[in-house]
Design a protein. Structure first.
Length: 179
């Protein structure tokens, strides 16, 4: 079975937001082979939601599920404002992700950006200098402080970058944080 295609989260398996599972979805009651793994905010405790119930909005309609806080789309006003319909698509019909602190969804060119995933030093270097520079500038670190921070970056522990790519101009954006 093919996963739904999410405009703002193109590889949710690769980012770890969706994983293979034989558990039945609490929304549609079907075991479709995949479940969502990050936080869900809803009127009841939802632990198992399939990607299809995120994509078609069923989890939102039935349980008021939110996968990313709607106000975090645009970084609580830090980045480019987007139309409410875009923020709602990200918040209610797109798999979110888990971060060390409160998650924020990068926006640029008047639209939400595509989430590429949590990244450490190795993953950032594989994207190239533009991605590394974006994280350095966002962190505010320079010189030895940046070198130490960058060397300790890890996708699973320590400081982690949350990297996005603009769907229009293809620039990188996002942020990093530490637990």
């Amino acid at each position: 079975m093919h996963l739904p295609s999410f405009k703002y989260h193109p590889d949710p398996l690769g980012t770890g937001s969706i994983m293979a599972s034989d558990k039945p979805c609490q929304v549609c009651r079907q075991a479709r082979g995949f479940i969502y793994t990050a936080a869900i905010h809803s009127i009841i405790e939802l632990d198992v939601v399939c990607p299809w119930c995120i994509y078609d909005g069923a989890a939102r309609v039935l349980f008021h599920a939110e996968f990313t806080e709607v106000h975090s789309v645009g970084g609580y006003g830090e980045w480019t404002p987007v139309p409410l319909a875009v923020a709602e698509e990200v918040a209610f019909r797109t798999p979110g992700f888990s971060g060390w602190q409160q998650e924020r969804w990068f926006t640029h060119c008047g639209d939400a950006a595509a989430f590429l995933g949590p990244m450490g030093r190795q993953e950032l270097e594989s994207l190239g200098l533009e991605a590394v520079s974006m994280v350095r500038m966002e962190s505010g670190f320079e010189g030895e402080e940046w070198d130490s921070y960058f060397k300790s970056m890890d996708r699973h522990a320590g400081p982690t970058a949350y990297v996005f790519r603009c769907l229009h101009c293809e620039c990188f954006g996002g942020y990093s944080d530490i637990h």
